[in-house]
Design a protein around this ligand. Structure first.
Ligand code: T4K
Length: 388
């Protein structure tokens, strides 16, 4: 495996301070697992003189992803946002749809963009995923569906959400943008709800540069989404459906095929990094690293730190100290979708129903998933910041 995260180069310590990094360490630095295989795939596409429109690399990619996730259909798309929009439309969602506010804004925008109102439900502060009790509270006669999000690759409460959806005759789908390679009750994410939507953006654990996919076991839904991603064409000169352009290109599929090969080793390296961060930060007051359910698979892509009230410095102090050393740690989803436009103006009091979201948004820092030596140095910067 080549190119697993660019290692930060440490400069000599000045006056006993932790060393700064010469190159910025980003959250979301892309995983480029097999450069040679990717370049060979690009050459294949060029030799084929077939660059997009359901080419052979995209078809091979879809089959490999479907096999890996144990699902009947994988419909590859140009990105996760368009994949969400197409899935939402193919499912026939309308009126109001319940989503977490604690997600990337694309989950909400994919609804709003189609004239559907996202209704924000609160999360469980322990898992950062939708709280089923809060979801029940937000159901109205206009509700047509629920989009669960597997935040940080940790499965949303799938069974509870299914039960609510069945009880109220709602459609259920999942935003699995973070969750490639994760599981729920031992089964791969990608198999749940009516369909699940992945993002393969450059910053994701598994990437195709830009890209996404919808996975489903429903033949009719898969067929509808295949039509929709290609303007509604069924065969030559025959448009039978409204559609858009959601196609994945061959170069992106080449990247996906190259990255699939080394993905499991990458996850193992991520897991070791997660453990290393946990150990290095264990003794710092008020600081904790979010754990993942140990009985499940997680891709361990996200290293999520929570800075509690007992910590003598604030979350923003820690971020500032890290940035000063070229470690570009990030707040995430800040301040929650309900605090972003147009939702902030539409629902100025939404926060009253979202106390856990607000609390979590204030304490989260996401750290770069890097090599073990850099993890040691980053942890020292945090320890020194807290103790000064
Ligand atoms: N649902 C959820 C739950 C999602 O998280 C997302 C996307 C979606 C749906 C929608 O899927 P897509 O339509 O994106 O496929 C990024 C990504 O653009 C976005 O894919 C992602 N979630 C979101 C959480 O983060 P930004 O605005 O934070 O990206 P940016 O440019 O600030 O980059 C993030 C960090 O990564 C920076 O520190 C720089 C570094 N980076 C980035 C790129 C692209 C690199 O080092 N190299 C790179 O090539 O949105």
């Amino acid at each position: 495996m080549s190119g697993k995260k660019i290692m930060g180069e440490a400069s000599p310590a000045i006056h006993g301070a932790p060393p700064a990094f010469l190159q910025p360490l980003h959250v979301g630095q892309p995983n480029i697992i097999n450069r040679d295989k990717f370049l060979a795939g690009v050459a294949r596409a060029l030799d084929n003189r077939w660059l997009t429109n359901n080419g052979p690399l995209v078809q091979e990619f879809e089959q490999r992803v479907a096999d890996k996730l144990g699902v009947k259909h994988c419909v590859a798309m140009c990105n996760g946002t368009i994949a969400l929009e197409i899935a939402i439309r193919a499912l026939g969602l309308a009126g109001e749809v319940i989503v977490p506010s604690w997600t990337f804004v694309a989950t909400a925008h994919a609804l709003y963009w189609q004239g559907i109102t996202p209704i924000f439900a609160d999360i469980d502060p322990a898992t950062h995923n939708l709280d089923p009790v809060a979801v029940r509270r937000m159901i109205t006669p206009r509700t047509s569906g629920i989009i669960g999000v597997h935040v940080w690759g940790r499965a949303a409460p799938v069974d509870e959400l299914h039960a609510i959806a069945d009880e109220h005759a709602l459609k259920l789908m999942f935003d699995a943008a973070h969750a490639f390679g994760s599981s729920y009750q031992g089964q791969s994410i990608g198999q749940f709800g009516a369909c699940e939507v992945f993002s393969f953006h450059a910053t994701k654990s598994f990437n195709t540069m830009e890209g996404g996919a919808v996975t489903t076991n429903d033949d009719e839904l898969a067929e509808a989404m295949r039509l929709m991603r290609n303007f509604g064409f069924k065969g030559y000169d025959n448009v039978i459906h409204p559609g858009t352009n959601g196609k994945m290109i061959e170069v992106c599929a080449a990247m996906g095929l190259a990255n699939l090969d080394g993905f499991d080793e990458l996850v193992e390296a991520n897991r070791r990094n997660h453990v290393a961060y946990k150990q290095a930060l264990a003794e710092i007051p008020g600081i904790s690293v979010l754990d993942y359910a140990s009985a499940e698979r997680n891709n361990h892509h996200y290293i999520v730190l929570e800075v509690g009230d007992e910590c003598p410095v604030s979350r923003d102090d820690i971020i500032a100290a890290l940035h000063a050393e070229n470690v570009l740690a990030r707040k995430y989803f800040w301040p929650g979708c309900h605090g972003m436009q147009p939702y902030r103006d539409l629902f100025p009091h939404a926060g009253l129903m979202l106390p856990n979201t607000i609390a979590v948004a204030k304490r989260v820092v996401v750290l770069p998933n890097v090599d073990q030596e850099s993890i040691r140095l980053i942890s020292k910067i945090i320890a020194d910041t807290v103790s000064t």
